[in-house]
Design a protein around this ligand. Sequence first.
Ligand code: NAD
Length: 285
Amino acid sequence: MAVGRFTKEDDSLNARCERSNEIDEDATSKGQESMKLKGRIAIVTGAGQGIGRGIAEAFAEQGADVVINDLVDDARTKDVQDAIEARGRRAIVVPGDVSKRPDVENLFDEAWNQLGPADILVNNAGIETIVPFTELTDEQWEVVTNTNLKSEWMCAQSFCKRLIAEGRKGAIVNIGSIQAARVLPGRTHYAPSKLAVEALTRNISAEVGSHGIRVNCIHPGLIDTPMIRWVLESPDILPHVVAQISLGRPGLPCEVGAAAAFLASDEAAYITGQSLYVDGGWVGK
Ligand code: NAD
């Protein structure tokens, strides 16, 4: 265990996530009727690791087939595919950079061709860099905003056009960040890209609501993924961050996955245009 990482509680939480992801054939067949996403097809961007993987697995646990997108088709995406197929769901990997229009169109073409019309889109792919404001270049601004914001707009547009043309309902979950509401140093590009996801969510939801498409946003707090491992492993930084979190610990990808599964499901049938902080009580403290 790395310095500064949570030990006792963190281990038990991780174990809880892993246990909830274990495949119990009996329970699976008994619980099929209560699965939130039974028979649905979901596309999750950036699902090769971290929060995207947590969402993909939570969706499979709730009965959905999953299209796994990430930059490349590699051992990580294969691992996620295996984990989904082990639950008896279908899974395909469609690599591509969702900040690029041709890759976005290819993602939806492949999803439709290989699995069939999708019901759910999760715009999760994102990157974070830390650069002081006065040193930030145009290119650094564009890479971050194109990946975190333009990609969500393009994927949502491609998804909604198809659903509207086919007269089908659906749900979109956009992933923002706690940084929509909290200032951290060197994030004058990252934070606006994430706050903008909230406005994007509201505005798309207003335009597609009449077609039966719901659009919501999750702002994760500090979630244990490769992206922020450097925070979790820093004995100087971690205590300061955790002190701001009411529950006093980082969250897990499966905990974001559970919230995303709810928002994508019919249980959230009357919820659209909303942003939900899944942050252990950081914004609320
Ligand atoms: P991560 O870096 O662990 O995983 C992100 C995945 O997205 C990677 O597999 C990466 O290859 C993929 N990806 C990056 N750019 C892509 C692109 N252009 N096209 C397709 N795939 C791409 O990150 P994470 O922590 O799991 O973060 C997932 C999302 O959650 C991001 O949008 C991030 O900004 C957001 N978020 C994370 C945290 C956190 O604490 N981990 C907090 C707030 C928000």
